[in-house]
Design a protein around this ligand. Structure first.
Ligand code: SAM
Length: 211
């Protein structure tokens, strides 16, 4: 994502009523924060958050947490959130590698990874959100029957993920290289990136993984 620094973004995120400021204090108690014990679904690298906000509006019986490491990007998403006033969504401005400090073992029921940065150079492979290193982090926080759902337009990243995820001890339950013409695409909610790529006629890949 092209990153434009927005002056004052960190301060705005630091005082936003939609952002949890010390998320490690919620570890094991996220149900209390939402005021119920509904399942928790998170999106890692939510960008401007179109996907997770639409999901929250569609599924009031699920608790959603949008995670984005850059305050300038998150701020854009929050502008939309203030108009929606959704009771079942919170946001965190943290790096995904710290998720084990934020969620207890098994506290999360589903993890969405949408159009994650591809990091094409081999020496940056560990930064890919589907690398065995990140799968280890998800293994810590995801419930036993929980799933990771990954969408991308990037064929190389998809091929890499089809190898890296099983390498980390996970199973690929379902996959397609053309989501928008596949039964897996039924009820699909598009992200900002997905809308752009779909408009360009690019096929979208998706996989669902579990242990
Ligand atoms: N999911 C959105 C979409 O599909 O429109 C945004 C996709 S954008 C290419 C990837 C986003 O993931 C960026 O906003 C980036 O800052 C965020 N991101 C990448 N690595 C991250 C990490 N380790 N922790 C948290 N966010 C991350």
């Amino acid at each position: 994502m092209r990153l434009r620094h927005i002056p004052g973004a960190e301060e705005a995120i630091g005082s936003s009523p939609y952002v949890v400021q010390e998320p490690e204090k919620e570890k094991g108690f996220w149900g209390r924060r939402f005021g119920n014990h509904n399942p928790i679904h998170i999106e890692v690298g939510m960008g401007k958050g179109r996907f997770i906000m639409e999901m929250a509006a569609l599924h009031p019986e699920i608790n959603y947490i949008g995670i984005e490491r850059y305050s300038s990007v998150l701020l854009r998403g929050l502008e939309k959130c203030s108009q929606l006033e959704l009771p079942n969504i919170w946001f965190l401005c943290v790096d995904a590698k710290t998720l084990g400090e934020v969620f207890d073992q098994g506290e999360v029921s589903r993890i969405y990874l949408n159009f994650s940065d591809p990091w094409p150079k081999d020496r940056h492979a560990k930064r890919r959100l589907t690398s065995p290193e990140f799968m280890k982090v998800y293994d810590q926080i995801l419930s036993r029957e929980g799933t990771v759902e990954f969408k991308t337009d990037n064929q190389d990243l998809f091929s890499y993920s089809l190898e890296s995820i099983p390498e980390a001890g996970w199973k690929i339950l379902e996959q397609t290289r053309d989501l928008h013409h596949s039964p897996l695409g039924e009820g699909n909610v598009m992200t900002e990136y997905e809308m752009k790529f779909a408009a360009e006629g690019k096929p979208i890949c998706k996989l669902i993984a579990a242990r």
